[in-house]
Design a protein around this ligand. Structure first.
Ligand SMILES: Cc1cc2nc3c(=O)[nH]c(=O)nc-3n(C[C@H](O)[C@H](O)[C@H](O)COP(=O)(O)O)c2cc1C
Length: 387
């Protein structure tokens, strides 16, 4: 239940650049779940905006185009959802235009704003004029959850849900300090779910019924049941939704993710100063070979694309312990299906339908019922309805 609306306990996580835009988020919401648009650099889905800005190094122009794109994507997703579910917008705290993306998401009619990759301490103020917009932090351990709860309580605001993302399994940027920390037992679902319930008791917030959403590595109906038994109210999935028919990326993107073997999936340092998990494709393998040398030579320079997308960028700011590549360029290659040059974020676990690309409805149906549809033949009427 979010803002009084009863939903299926399935959340599609935000995926940038352009992997979860209006089509994926709109279809998940239409099915009765939470569909999340990633706000990062959405102009890449709009030919007219790319014609204006594709070769530009004018940050203000690019930022404006991205706000126009975000507005269009939210409205298109809400159109597909037709009043069902929740259309959320994911905004990474680490992104330089974070505050403007939050304001635009609210102004354009998003039902929820979901923030990770840093602590969104100021989210209550940024959304104060839009009390109907749900605000949802993404955190990975009890310490982070405690910090956000206490800070927000001082501002008389509570999260409308909390995403608990386990860095051991999740895709993209991970909520641990270093790649070697991602398996730390303090991130384990039982520990964080139990610890959070205890924290909510201590803070006298039990009666607020803040939904806890477990994210990372969910790929079977059994896991959904187990996580709910551990105290989760819903599950969030990224990789399995990225590879659905409705996923907004090029089909080559989906094929790289579904065809990846366990040994192809690696964890490394991103330019955002956080570890990240992705498929070791040609570009990533070459980059990792050169990483140490590049880190030794790191020194501050101008943003290579004039976009300054991150508050702090390992490449631009010459931070030796961070990644040394342009994340926006590499992620955009992946979204467009450039198998050689792209950076393909992916979680560590197998996929519910192996290497098959299925519909959003098939995936949600399987997660909720355990029925593996033989083909994409289920119609909408077979979906369980929210209680
Ligand atoms: C391609 C891809 C891009 C992602 N980008 C983002 C992002 O921009 N912001 C974010 O908060 N999470 C991002 N994630 C994480 C997902 O929202 C989700 O929480 C995570 O993938 C869950 O783990 P799973 O992939 O094992 O299901 C991304 C995941 C994938 C697969």
């Amino acid at each position: 239940m979010i803002k009084g609306k009863t939903l299926l306990p399935i959340v599609q996580g935000g995926m940038g650049v352009g992997i979860s835009a209006h089509r994926l988020a709109g279809n998940v919401a239409q099915a009765g779940g939470v569909g999340t648009i990633s706000s990062v650099d959405l102009r890449r889905h709009h030919a007219d905006l790319m014609a204006e800005t594709g070769k530009s190094r004018d940050k203000a122009l690019i930022d404006r185009a991205n706000l126009v794109a975000l507005d269009r994507e939210i409205k298109a997703a809400k159109g597909i959802a037709a009043g069902a579910g929740v259309v959320a917008v994911n905004i990474m705290r680490a992104v330089s235009e974070y505050a403007n993306y939050v304001r635009q998401a609210c102004a354009s009619g998003a039902d929820a704003v979901v923030c990770g990759a840093g602590l969104p301490l100021d989210l209550p103020e940024l959304t104060a004029e839009h009390p109907d917009v749900a605000i949802i932090p993404i955190l990975s351990d009890v310490r982070g959850i405690s910090l956000i709860l206490k800070k927000w309580m001082r501002k008389n605001r509570l999260p409308d849900a909390i995403v608990i993302e386990n860095p051991k399994y999740a895709a993209g940027h991970l909520g641990a300090a270093r790649p070697e920390d991602v398996n730390d037992p303090h991130f384990a679902f039982p520990t964080v779910l139990e610890g959070t319930r205890e924290l909510l008791r201590q803070l006298d917030l039990e009666k607020e019924n803040i939904p806890l959403i477990a994210a990372g590595g969910v790929h079977s109906h059994e896991q959904v049941k187990e996580l709910m038994a551990l105290g989760a109210n819903a599950v969030q999935l990224g990789t399995p939704f990225a590879v659905t028919e409705e996923g907004d990326a090029h089909v080559n993107f989906k094929r790289v993710l579904v065809d990846a073997k366990p040994e192809d999936i690696v964890t490394f340092m991103s330019v955002a100063g956080l570890p990240a998990r992705a498929v070791k494709t040609t570009w990533l393998a070459n980059y990792l070979d050169k990483e140490e040398k590049m880190q030794r030579r790191a020194k501050p320079q101008q943003c290579t694309v004039g976009f300054d997308c991150l508050h702090q960028c390992g490449l631009r700011d010459g931070i030796p312990k961070s990644g040394q590549f342009c994340i926006d360029t590499q992620l955009a290659f992946a979204m467009n299906g450039d198998v050689k040059r792209g950076l393909f974020f992916r979680g560590s676990e197998p996929l519910p339908f192996g290497n098959e690309i299925r519909s959003v409805r098939d995936l949600i149906d399987y997660l909720l019922t355990g029925r593996r549809p033989a083909a994409n033949k289920l119609d909408a009427g077979t979906l369980p309805q929210p209680a």
